[in-house]
Design a protein around this ligand. Structure first.
Ligand SMILES: *Cc1c(COP(=O)(O)O)cnc(C)c1O
Length: 344
């Protein structure tokens, strides 16, 4: 069975980074965790490095090692999960810069790799990762004496600019870091869009680079075209797919396409989703199966070779809405079975 084609527009990726970079006064990094939000971190990382990105962020040391192999020496690769038990060899060999989240991680790092670079992650209220204010007060002087490259924290509500949590976390971050002679970073995509007060020395956008909200102006990066395997006539009153959940309200022409929930076409999007034949919408009918999806092509007037799920007509966030989720999940669910092609 021919698999669907995921076409990644690296030019759009770079333009999105440049647009966010133009908003930031300091350095603009790039978050390429989760295999570059599904598009492939080695290729995305190389394109961004060519465009001038010098600081990359990943979630785990393993992701960092994969990215280092793609980038070679030079760019800094920060690891959000810090220095965990078992990470030392990767941190050293791939020259990673862990963002230390606790006193335990700090001790582990300076004992295992004395003099090796690191950054610090502080918790300013999200309660997910990072040192809390009392812990930070206790180790701050020792930590600063070791020369961290970056001190960062993360906003919990940056996709809602008016949320009072943003100002609260900003003032916590100031209270924990003002007066220290270390570069600081607070903003991901949402924080970058909230303006200069949130930028400090480095912004670190992720989802906006890949064409997702909250970056309204983002260019679409991901195009997903599904090949049609078979097209059939379905008489009024007949049903399509598992559970008989869709019944033809008229005589219809139904296309079966290669692509299902095993490829990240998450089942919840079901009947709310639409595929496109150029500008013509073709509603998804029936349940999404593991490897297959069915769409109503009656109004198209011909049998298409492919239909598009993601592209200029339908963003990751529109598909996410149909599935009751967010663009991040649509991107990071993009399956391994797709044939990925990269366009400049
Ligand atoms: C994922 C992540 C980012 C990037 O966030 P986006 O909303 O995708 O821009 C930045 N910082 C941290 C700590 C993250 O976990």
């Amino acid at each position: 069975m021919t698999s669907a084609t995921l076409t990644i527009d690296l030019g759009a990726l770079v333009r999105n980074w440049q647009a966010l970079d133009a908003l930031s006064e300091g350095e603009t990094g790039a978050v390429v965790k989760a295999n570059g939000y599904g598009i492939g971190s080695p290729v995305a990382g190389r394109a961004l490095a060519r465009a001038g990105v010098r600081s990359f962020f990943v979630a785990t040391a393993n992701e960092g090692a994969i990215l280092r192999a793609a980038l070679g020496q030079g760019p800094t690769i920060y690891v959000f999960s810090g220095h965990m038990v078992g990470d030392t060899r990767l941190v050293e060999e791939a020259a990673l810069t862990p963002l230390l989240n606790s006193v335990d991680q700090m001790l582990r790092h300076v004992e295992a790799l004395p003099g090796a670079p690191f950054g610090i992650q502080l918790d300013t209220g999200m309660n997910r990762l990072g040192m809390e204010p009392p812990e930070w007060s206790a180790v701050r002087d020792i930590a600063i004496a070791q020369g961290p490259q970056l001190i960062m924290s993360h906003l919990a509500c940056a996709d809602e600019p008016d949320h009072p949590m943003n100002a609260h976390q900003l003032s916590e971050f100031h209270a924990m870091t003002d007066g220290l002679d270390v570069p600081r970073s607070l903003a991901a995509t949402g924080g970058t869009l909230m303006g200069g007060a949130y930028h400090f020395d480095m912004t670190r956008p992720g989802v906006g680079l890949y064409g997702g909200l909250p970056f309204e102006g983002a260019a679409p990066v991901v195009n997903l075209d599904l090949p049609v395997i078979q097209v059939r006539d379905v008489a009024k009153g007949e049903t399509v797919g598992y559970g008989n959940v869709w019944q033809a309200p008229r005589d219809a022409r139904i296309a079966t396409l290669s692509g299902g929930y095993a490829d990240g076409l998450i089942r919840a999007m079901g009947a709310q989703a639409t595929l496109f034949a150029d500008a013509t919408p073709c509603p998804v009918v029936g349940r999404v199966s593991m490897d297959l999806i069915t769409a109503d092509v009656t109004d198209l007037g011909h049998d298409p070779d492919t239909l598009q799920l993601l592209g200029a007509r339908q963003t990751v966030d529109m598909v996410a809405d149909a599935a009751g989720t967010i663009g991040y999940e649509i991107l990071t669910s993009l399956g391994q079975r797709y044939h990925r092609t990269y366009a400049e």
